[in-house]
Design a protein around this ligand. Structure first.
Ligand SMILES: CC(C)(COP(=O)(O)OP(=O)(O)OC[C@H]1O[C@@H](n2cnc3c(N)ncnc32)[C@H](O)[C@@H]1OP(=O)(O)O)[C@@H](O)C(=O)NCCC(=O)NCCS
Length: 432
């Protein structure tokens, strides 16, 4: 057994006991009420699911197992010569709740290298669909195709005790995460780089290898990928990709079914697809005005967007009420590595222009930028110019968080989800 799996196994008993005694001793304690507005309005703020790996504060932003992004940048191990935390480290932290050592992350890198090759049947499936199929469709389909090899599904068929569910789930998660950079890169190179592929480098970490297989040689892009893949990994449980993964998992579907479903949710323009929409929108204004626009021109463009009934992509959030710290981390990366980039200048100018406009319009509860307002300009700078691909990077990262929680959900025996729906007629009948 790997030391990660052993460590996880050692945490299961105490956590099961803790949850068991909370439910037994205090199961009737109310933690939420639901209003009619919440029932129609996307259940915003209703506390009705458990998610161990991260928690989101509206003012402060995300904490991963209690750690902020700057704390992760300081405390998680780095690649040799690198300054950014590596994704293997956040996976260890999310899964175990403890900070990893250098050896811990090396072991995960080696494990993922070993499990990372794509089977031929997967390539055959991907080859059968048109190259201009949206990369998120290809990504979700690729993940689903791998379901054939689910160890969890096989063990379930053979008959296994509930107490064992977490073990084959862990194995599936390791196999799946290991393959995501190669799967994503295969889709990228097939769709945009004449089907010429780049093999994995056994000396590189997960994020570094991802950057290499995409085909960008710049070492700073490897650092960007590491940071990007860490900060997009988890955003508590209620967002669409996390909740979908969780919901599908609650039916005891395996990790492949769950993640594929989660990715379909991430592909929506109000969720992960916003990153491609931001860059398309920024490039539109730059094209229309022939370069970097003035702030006055940007203001006009924002109002044009709003007055035509569209949202300003990358701004607003269902939970956050301040600038997203994931935006800030990316902004700091840009200030350090590419301060003169023209698209970054537009993104920076928008940071000044958009919030007062959204406040003046008076609809959005949060006028500040979210993670998606920034990521595209960084990827574009290093040569990944195909916006439609951007959400796949987000998806590979999000897999780390939602799959870590999925292992815990099976370990804790969380129930099949079945909230009660009601009709409008029923609601009308409640109003006295
Ligand atoms: C993220 C988002 C979906 C959150 O939705 P929400 O929780 O319903 O947000 P709010 O409660 O603030 O929405 C209230 C109103 O403001 C509007 N609004 C919110 N963000 C807006 C934005 N960026 N531009 C224009 N209008 C916006 C909503 O569309 C809604 O309008 P309506 O009353 O006509 O339906 C929303 O802010 C949005 O669409 N942002 C742009 C897309 C984006 O960046 N998505 C990535 C999120 S990480």
């Amino acid at each position: 057994m790997s030391s990660l799996k052993e460590k996880l196994a050692s945490k299961l008993g105490p956590m099961r006991e803790k949850v068991g005694s909370i439910v037994k001793g205090h199961g009737d304690l109310k933690i939420s009420d639901v209003s009619i507005a919440q029932a129609y309005g996307g259940m915003r703020g209703v506390k009705c699911m458990v998610w161990e790996t991260s928690a989101l504060d509206p003012m402060e932003g995300i904490r991963f197992r209690g750690f902020t992004i700057p704390e992760l940048q300081e405390k998680l191990p780095k690649a040799p010569g690198g300054e950014e935390p590596i994704p293997e480290g956040i996976f260890y932290l999310l899964l175990t709740g403890d900070l990893p050592t250098e050896d811990d992350v090396k072991e995960i890198t080696a494990e993922w290298q070993k499990r990372g090759a794509l089977p031929k049947y997967l390539i055959d499936v991907l080859k059968a669909i048109p190259k201009d199929t949206h990369p998120m469709t290809q990504f979700s389909l690729g993940i689903l195709t791998l379901q054939k090899d689910s160890i969890y599904a096989q063990k379930y068929r053979e008959g296994m005790s509930k107490m064992e569910y977490w073990d084959p789930m862990y194995e599936d998660v390791m196999n799946l995460l290991a393959k995501l950079p190669a799967l994503a890169s295969y889709i990228y190179r097939r769709s945009y780089k004449k089907d010429k592929h780049i093999p994995a480098d056994p000396k590189l970490d997960w994020g570094g290898n991802f950057a290499k297989m995409i085909g960008v040689e710049d070492e700073t892009f490897k650092e960007l990928m590491r940071l990007y893949l860490v900060i997009h990994s988890d955003h508590e449980g209620g967002n669409v990709s996390a909740h979908t993964t969780h919901l599908v998992g609650s039916a005891l579907s395996d990790a492949y079914y769950c993640l594929s479903a989660g990715m379909n949710g991430l592909a929506g323009p109000l969720h992960g697809l916003a990153n491609q929409e931001v860059l398309r929108w920024v490039m539109d204004v730059m094209e229309k005005l022939g370069g970097v626009p003035t702030k006055e021109q940007l203001k006009d463009f924002c109002w044009e967007t709003l007055n035509s009934g569209q949202v300003i992509p990358g701004y607003g959030h269902a939970v956050l009420r301040k600038t997203d710290p994931r935006y800030t981390a990316q902004r700091e990366f840009a200030l350090k590595h590419m301060p003169d980039d023209e698209i970054f200048q537009v993104v920076s100018a928008l940071y000044e222009v958009v919030p007062p406009i959204l406040e003046e319009q008076g609809k959005a509860k949060n006028p500040w930028p979210n993670v998606d307002a920034h990521s595209g300009c960084l990827l574009y700078h290093y040569g990944v110019k195909e916006y439609d691909f951007y959400t796949v990077f987000f998806g590979a990262s999000r897999a780390i968080g939602v799959l870590s929680q999925l292992i815990w959900s099976r370990a804790l025996g969380l129930s099949i989800e079945r909230p009660k729906s009601v009709t409008t007629e029923w609601i009308a009948g409640q109003i006295k």
